[in-house]
Write a new protein. Structure first.
Length: 474
């Protein structure tokens, strides 16, 4: 019987066991298939070797797998699209990877309640397109929207450029369906827009990175689609000037849907992708999207233009051509792969600081870059203070990696010293685990570990993530 086998025997027979209660086509065990699941988009971090991958097709599948894994103490790593940038879905301890992309049904769009329900594997871009066809809107928009899944967005508390006006994923979650580590299924929250019953487990699970259970279904708030959008480009003489304008613009009562900070190097990269090119006569830029009614947008554009010129910005240009507008935002969304044309390796950070401290943060990143002799590009969702300093390595050597690690630590410490946080939207996973104590402290981490133990007493859910394991303190 399975219960009399050793753990090693169970792991060796894992694929065979899973095929006893799942369709054989849903269980992958061939080496070439498993290789694809060794990491997320951060393949340069530690990788894992799963013994089996399950292509889940229902909540029942997930429940069955979790019941089996709990009985035998098998590690389980939930996975959406694998587009994360923190190593969150890397199967460090092998075991089972749960591929959730086949749970891909949009279950309900309720215009009367302005809510929607969908399975966790629904791709974000498809969900947004379906809503747009009904003149509806789901604001969260991580740059990986074409591939990332709703469940992955919830698990990482994903953000994106629209966070400045609309908030991030956590602001839209009303309820979840969750499979616990022992296979039990629970429903947290629901589709009511207001609820005050017990602990808020729904938002506890948002950002839990697969360490507490497997999210199989989400219930979300949706909004009417804004009728008018306009894009503006503000050209500045210095990065500090552009950063200072961010809080000035919002304090003046104009809250853009998106407000992106770009250096001249970022604009140079975007210009290889778009036509007509953005101007190259500035040192830094703000790329903004203003949305709302025609009257609101027109007023906000007037306020924005007047304020920026008063603050001595070089230029404010309102883009009138929709195709040109779309090209600029596609270029911004493509900045990460475009930057890889300049370097052998790119390490992107994810630090958020209070908006009024952006100038100090931008200046400090420049100082770190100069002190280490390393190119550190900086762009980000400046409207909500979420910046992405990126270390560009022309080659990958032990020396360059050590220098990059010093830069990462310096950038993170700079953000914390300014009252910031070590992650605004990517999550912790593996990439930020060594820094989490800097922000949270020992007591808060100890509390989180007790919560983890209450949900997952056998520590089978995505072990080794969020904080370094095997240590008395992170």
């Amino acid at each position: 019987m399975a219960t009399t086998r050793t753990k090693t025997q169970v792991r060796k027979g894992l694929g065979r066991d899973l095929k006893r209660f799942l369709p054989s086509h849903s269980v992958l065990t061939d080496a070439e298939d498993l290789f694809s699941y060794r990491s997320d988009a951060t393949a340069d971090l530690a990788q894992g070797n799963p013994e089996a991958v399950v292509l889940c097709e229902s909540t029942g599948d997930v429940s069955s797998v979790m019941g089996y894994a709990f009985q035998h103490g098998i590690p389980v790593t939930p996975r959406g699209a694998g587009s994360g940038l923190s190593g969150g879905c890397t199967p460090l301890h092998g075991g089972i990877v749960l591929d959730m992309k086949r749970l891909n049904h949009i279950l309900e769009i309720n215009r009367g309640n302005m809510t929607a329900s969908a399975e966790a594997g629904v791709v974000l871009a498809r969900f947004k397109k379906e809503l747009a066809g009904q003149n509806l809107f789901y604001p969260p928009d991580p740059q990986s929207a074409e591939v990332c899944t709703l469940g992955g967005n919830v698990a990482t508390r994903a953000g994106g450029p629209r966070g400045v006006k609309y908030g991030t994923t956590g602001n839209y979650i009303l309820g979840l369906e969750l499979v616990l580590p022992d296979g039990d299924i629970v429903q947290t929250g629901g589709t009511c827009v207001k609820q005050s019953v017990g602990y808020d487990l729904t938002h506890l699970l948002c950002g839990s990175e697969g360490t507490l259970g497997v999210i199989t279904r989400v219930h979300l708030r949706i909004l009417p689609l804004p009728p008018v959008n306009r894009t503006a480009v503000v050209t500045c003489d210095s990065p500090e000037q552009a950063a200072a304008l961010v809080s000035d613009i919002i304090a003046a009562g104009t809250v853009p849907a998106m407000m992106e900070f770009l250096t001249v190097m970022a604009v140079m990269l975007i210009n290889t992708f778009v036509s007509p090119p953005l101007p190259m006569d500035g040192a830094a830029y703000l790329l903004l999207d203003i949305d709302g009614t025609e009257a609101q947008v027109s007023q906000d554009i007037r306020t924005l233009t007047s304020l920026c010129l008063e603050k001595k910005a070089k230029d404010v240009r309102v883009v009138s051509d929709p195709k040109e507008t779309a090209a600029y935002w596609r270029g911004r969304a493509s900045l990460y792969p475009l930057a890889l044309t300049m370097a052998r390796k790119l390490i992107t950070e994810d630090v958020t600081v209070p908006r009024d401290r952006l100038p100090a943060f931008v200046k400090r990143v420049g100082e770190i870059s100069a002190a280490l002799g390393m190119i550190i590009g900086i762009a980000g969702h400046a409207g909500d203070g979420n910046m992405h300093p990126s270390m560009l390595l022309p080659d990958v050597t032990e020396a360059s990696l050590q220098k990059a690690q010093k830069a990462i630590a310096g950038v993170i410490r700079a953000g914390l010293n300014l009252g910031g946080t070590i992650s605004g939207e990517h999550g912790i996973g593996l990439h930020k685990a060594e820094f989490i104590e800097w922000e949270l402290g020992k007591n808060q981490i100890a509390l989180m570990k007790r919560i983890k133990a209450a949900f997952d007493p056998k520590n089978i859910m995505n072990p080794g993530k969020i904080w370094p394991e095997g240590a008395s303190k992170p």
